[in-house]
Design a protein around this ligand. Structure first.
Ligand code: BDR
Ligand code: CA
Length: 354
């Protein structure tokens, strides 16, 4: 009988600066059993995602975690990466030694299906990138939405403007066909009834830009995280040498990755700081009380002229259709940041200095 206080977690990532923080948050959370991490093309190419992910896990002593490579291109569109947002290798100015451990022999989608079949009703999947791996997995195993305990996604923009095109969010816009396949598969009446009967959350939980853009990490948060790790980050608010000088490897990584991300937000979003979308999604998967949600019917625009990839949301119930997602409309970001600082800072402090 699984311990109800433990969360057996599968992460699907496109690491990615904020994906890195999400992985660290998961590793630093005592209630988490990190089952595996699957990699998808997104912020950077999938092979680079897998390299970043393994190197980061090794940095925090988690080379026991299986890391699998997944789809290298979206289902039906060319891959567009985001070097301007996450840096040429996806981790900003940070540099990690090449990973020592090999990749899993399993394809990411096979891993998702295999683990869900092995532990039916136990696993929480959190997706932090384009939904290509999950779409392939549900096409291979249509029972997957019932086999998982929960699916939490960072993706979409339900009442807010987009961050990619005026109305689209990046993870969904990168592979809208995949997002559409996943939303449809997880919201059929049969799935919703079966999940409710099993005592599982009936609908996936979606954290879109509506809430993730409220999670604005500032240099003060970074300084607090470093302090928690026992490190002083002199001049974290703009000093370009801040991270490299820090004595603890995790603090060095976080500061060097975030400095790039903060400079990006300084250029495009008008503040020196960073939206940390992905760790908020992991935090909400671990503690749903961090978000207030509303069930609503959402469909992904696939044939728009200006709007392809938009998460079209029927807030007024004019379609008369049942809800497809539990959409986060508010988040307790103060508590989230307290936890992020405490957990990742605490993780950094607990590791041998490097
Ligand atoms: C999402 O896009 C990526 O750049 C981030 O990692 C996050 O998952 C935000 O739109
Ligand atoms: Ca991501």
């Amino acid at each position: 009988m699984p311990d109800p206080a433990r969360v057996a977690l599968l992460l699907d990532v496109d690491t990615g600066i904020d994906d890195s923080l999400a992985i660290l948050y998961a590793c630093a959370s005592p209630e988490v059993e990190l089952v595996a991490v699957t990699c998808v093309a997104g912020n950077v190419e999938a092979r680079q995602v897998a390299e970043n992910t393994r190197a980061l896990l090794e940095l925090v002593g988690r080379d026991d975690v299986e890391v699998a490579l997944g789809r290298e291109v979206p289902l039906a569109r060319p891959l567009r990466t985001t070097p301007e947002t996450h840096g040429p290798k996806g981790i900003g100015y940070a540099v990690l030694p090449p990973p020592r451990r090999p990749l899993s022999p399993r394809h990411a989608s096979d891993l998702l299906v295999g683990e869900a079949r092995r532990r039916p009703g136990e696993l929480t999947l959190v997706t932090l990138g384009p939904l290509t791996n999950l779409a392939v997995a549900v096409m291979r195993e249509p029972e997957l939405p019932v086999l998982l305990r929960h699916w939490v996604l960072m993706g979409g923009s339900y009442r807010s403007p987009g961050n990619t095109a005026p109305t689209t969010e990046w993870n969904v816009a990168s592979d809208p066909e995949a997002a559409s396949v996943c939303l449809a598969a997880f919201s059929t009446p049969e799935v919703v009834v079966a999940r409710s009967a099993a005592g599982q959350p009936p609908l996936p939980l979606a954290l879109g830009l509506d809430v993730t853009e409220r999670a604005k990490l500032t240099p003060d948060h970074l300084a607090a995280l470093a302090r928690r790790a026992g490190v002083s980050l002199e001049g974290a608010g703009g000093d370009s040498t801040a991270g490299r000088e820090a004595p603890r490897a995790v603090v060095r990584f976080v500061a060097d990755a975030l400095r790039f991300y903060m400079e990006f937000h300084g250029r495009y979003d008008g503040f020196y700081g960073a939206f940390v979308h992905d760790p908020l999604a992991v935090a909400a998967a671990l503690d749903p009380a961090l978000v207030r949600t509303e069930p609503v019917s959402v469909q992904v625009e696939l044939g728009g002229v200006l709007t392809t990839g938009e998460t079209v949301t029927d807030w007024r119930r004019s379609w008369g259709l049942p809800p497809t997602l539990e959409v986060a409309i508010e988040a307790d970001v103060a508590t989230f940041f307290d936890r992020l600082v405490e957990r990742i800072g605490g993780l950094a402090a607990s590791l041998p200095d490097g």
